[in-house]
Write a new protein. Sequence first.
Length: 139
Amino acid sequence: MTMILNLQSPPEVNIPFLYEYWNWVGDTSILPTKWYELLKKHDQQGHTKVFKNYTREFLISNYVRNNKFDPNGFFFITTRSEVVSGVLVWPLDEERCEFVALAALVSHRDRETAQAVVSLALNYAVNKGFKAVEYKENE
């Protein structure tokens, strides 16, 4: 299923207490591993196979090394350096983007970490001038 949200104004961002958000900045060498670990934990905790075909190398070659990759469009929510939710905003064209690899650990969902990472991504999308965002729910 694909969901499309027409963007008008950015939502308020609320990072839960004792959590912080990371972008793709600083020493980025560890970030592909952190991203991969989040996706694997997401599947384990949720008893799904949504990201079963994703490898660290797949993420790097298909996203990180792609010319469309914007480090400012990548968001993690962390606690004590553990990544608990994340999403990549990926441009589809001049007016539309999509959320790629949206994941949140079940063990932290009650703290609204998924909402926090989505609100960061929506703010980024609005500020970049995108008019709509798509999210394809993985099956």
